[in-house]
Design a protein around this ligand. Structure first.
Ligand SMILES: [Zn+2]
Length: 94
């Protein structure tokens, strides 16, 4: 079963990390700590509240499916990330 595990990937992780990076470079979140601890707290906050997206592709159309998913959930992803950033930056664990 290990080989199956290696092939399963939650694409929500990629999308959340990409959006988080983009948001944290914007002026709105200029004062937010971006150390590894805070980034992991923000990412896990968001990932625990967003649906996981596993895509197994046999025809190479993974990117289309991920793009569709991202478009569908973009508003939720931004909303949850904004909450996470606010909560973590108010109470950093350091
Ligand atoms: Zn920090």
């Amino acid at each position: 079963m290990k080989s199956l595990k290696d092939k399963l990937k939650n694409h929500t992780e990629d999308i959340v990390l990409e959006n988080m990076e983009e948001m944290l470079t914007s002026e709105e979140f200029a004062g937010v700590c971006t150390c590894e601890k805070c980034l992991l707290d923000i990412a896990s906050y968001a990932l625990n509240r967003l649906p996981a997206k596993y895509i197994v592709s046999h025809s190479g159309n993974v990117h289309t499916k991920i793009a569709e998913f991202e478009q569908q959930y973009r508003v939720d992803i931004i909303k949850v990330l904004t909450q996470g950033i606010k909560i973590v930056s108010k109470n950093p664990r350091h």
